[in-house]
Write a protein that binds this ligand. Sequence first.
Ligand SMILES: CC(C)(COP(=O)(O)OP(=O)(O)OC[C@H]1O[C@@H](n2cnc3c(N)ncnc32)[C@H](O)[C@@H]1OP(=O)(O)O)[C@@H](O)C(=O)NCCC(=O)NCCS
Length: 169
Amino acid sequence: MTASHPRTQPAATARPTEAERNAVMLRSITPEQLDAVMAIEQTAYSHPWSRGHFRDSLNSQFEAQGLWLGDELLGYFWAMRGFEEMHLLNITVAPARQGQGWGHMMLDALTLMSRHAGAQWLWLEVRQSNLRALQVYERYGFRQISIRKDYYPADRQQREHAVVMSLKL
Ligand SMILES: CC(C)(COP(=O)(O)OP(=O)(O)OC[C@H]1O[C@@H](n2cnc3c(N)ncnc32)[C@H](O)[C@@H]1OP(=O)(O)O)[C@@H](O)C(=O)NCCC(=O)NCCS
């Protein structure tokens, strides 16, 4: 995953209502929806993906799914298929919607899609300093596999290690 550490703390922790949980839809991201994606990406990370990066990833036929509540984009994930594995490249929930279970719901969706595609493993990288995401992944069942040194850009021209994690599907 090349996205960086989160820029903001979650603004709300109130659980969504059952009606909201039942109303959400997962839809493939289209080029027309990249404005909504960028609006979240730029508030969620200190080193966000660029629009070009998202566009190229769409053109590369990656799995790109958005979680929608009506016309509100709650979050999205980008993943790349490999041989018997799926690599999660970016998963992001809108800062105002973090901590409400939507990230977990997208991981559930990704897990199901990955199994359907024949994947045995789900892989991801996460910044070593992104303790919140590390905790979310560990609670979900991911295990730490290794460290990729100096994988991410950081402030003041520094680099930051990535933690490589995997989940057996
Ligand atoms: C990481 C992220 C995708 C998780 O999505 P989320 O919607 O906030 O997470 P959820 O509300 O679904 O929480 C998932 C689990 O983590 C727990 N959790 C949520 N917020 C937490 C927090 N601040 N501290 C500890 N645990 C937390 C939840 O209780 C839940 O556990 P459970 O399933 O056992 O109940 C989201 O926070 C995010 O977009 N962060 C900024 C971008 C980022 O860092 N992306 C990942 C890059 S690798």
